[in-house]
Design a protein around this ligand. Structure first.
Ligand SMILES: [Zn+2]
Length: 421
């Protein structure tokens, strides 16, 4: 199997570049771990020169690569010294393969950086130890400048890092022609199949959402219908939208009027995709799942809504996935992205209890209700009398006028007093 060494630059007593509260050694390790995670879906053996904040000499790093007889060495750095943007380095005197692989990797990462508003500083050559002494094709990439304010802001943005790691992993996968590991559904993995029947009931979804966000709009039917259309469990897609939009509260980078229920394309330093209606936004979300789980062809007669499909196809991920848990692979560089959807959203939804009326064979006689002084139908609307009634019943204690504002705390108290009866 192809052996790749990822080398997070610096570490331990050597922080590398510093600026804007960032240390290069930390950024390099963060990015390297994300790339390693994404590459775990490919047929490739990845070795990190360091997995923690420890010091390694340049010779140590070259030794790691030599001992395992790596096929490629990729050193990951961030820059400083008064510039901005992305650049990459190879040694002066190198075989053609080294030139070609760097071109592909550089093109992918510089392209991503460009889409986030950073310049491409170019494909360069230099006499760096890790490029010369490794004795195999090697590249060193410099991801933005820590001492530049805009660059540093992006390097602090988990969203940007996510996209950057995906660009590096995509670039490596394409350059090195790494095949994806075949993902066949297997029994007993404990993972959640996407092409399966949903487990959630509509009423559970509604109750769950209302508990989290009383003001959430109700698009749950739309989710269910799309699930049937695309052959995807609607409940997991709905669970993802709860995660991405904070239970349809939005409030992050994506605004409600964008109708973007999956945070599609919101990680490139831009506000993300916008859709004309909630229905179109939800269709785009399903289409994005569809390309990962079914491949490049949409169901017949369906209009393409998802602006990201082509990128997924180009990166070779069309139809590559089976489980919800796999989504933290290319959709996100966070290893727990998919399992988080299952554990923190889907499972609590499925745990919502629905009170089902069980008819008793000999129904108890229903006691006559307490006489409540109700207004006869057609009587004039009298808010003050309604408030007085609540006071008489002990549900509220203080004096209130009909136009007094009510807090959630007060409303909850009234509801709980009613429930206590
Ligand atoms: Zn460095």
């Amino acid at each position: 199997m192809f052996k790749l060494v990822l080398d997070p630059g610096h570490g331990g007593r050597d922080p590398g570049a510093v600026g804007n509260g960032l240390k290069e050694k930390d950024i390099n390790l963060d990015i390297s771990k994300r790339v390693t995670y994404i590459l775990s879906f490919y047929e490739v053996e990845v070795t990190l020169t360091r997995t923690a904040d420890v010091y390694l000499s340049l010779d140590d790093r070259c030794q790691v690569a030599k001992i395992i007889q790596a096929d490629y060495f990729c050193s990951i750095h961030s820059n400083a010294g008064g510039g901005t943007g992305f650049e990459s380095f190879i040694y002066h005197d190198v075989p053609e393969k080294t030139v070609q692989w760097r071109e592909i990797l550089h093109g992918t990462v510089a392209g991503y950086c460009k889409s986030a508003g950073f310049i491409d500083r170019g494909m360069k050559r230099a006499d760096f130890d890790v490029l010369r002494k490794t004795g195999m094709p090697a590249v060193l990439i410099e991801n933005l400048f820590l001492d530049h304010q805009k660059d540093a802001a992006s390097l602090k943005d988990r969203c940007f890092l996510d996209g950057l790691a995906r660009a590096i992993a995509d670039g490596l996968a394409v350059a090195l022609k790494l095949p994806l590991r075949p993902q066949q559904p297997q029994e007993g993995t404990g993972k959640t199949l996407v092409k399966a029947a949903p487990s959630l009931k509509l009423a559970q979804a509604r109750l769950f959402l209302a508990e989290k966000n009383l003001l959430a709009p109700d698009y749950i039917d739309v989710y269910m219908l799309n699930g049937a259309k695309y052959g995807i469990r609607w409940d997991v897609v709905f669970a993802q939208s709860c995660k991405e939009t904070a239970y349809w509260r939005f409030g992050g980078q994506v605004k409600p009027e964008q109708n973007n229920f999956a945070g599609l394309a919101s990680c490139d330093g831009k506000p993300g995709a916008s859709f004309a209606s909630p229905e179109e936004g939800i269709a785009a979300q399903f289409q994005h799942w569809h390309v990962y789980y079914y491949g490049g062809d949409l169901p017949a007669g369906v209009k393409k809504m998802d602006p990201r499909r082509d990128a997924v196809i180009k990166a070779g991920w069309a139809g590559a996935l089976q489980y919800v848990e796999d989504l933290g692979g290319h959709w996100s560089s966070l290893a727990d992205y998919g399992s988080d959807i299952v554990d923190r959203y889907l499972k609590p939804m499925l745990a919502v209890e629905l009170s089902e009326p069980t008819p008793a064979p000999f129904p108890e006689p229903i006691p006559a209700p307490d006489p409540v002084p109700t207004q006869p139908p057609g009587a004039p609307w009298d808010p003050s009398a309604e408030i007085a009634k609540l006071q008489t019943d002990g549900l509220i204690k203080n004096e209130h006028r009909p136009d007094d504002p009510v807090t959630w705390g007060e409303m909850a108290t009234v509801i709980n007093r009613l429930r206590g009866r």
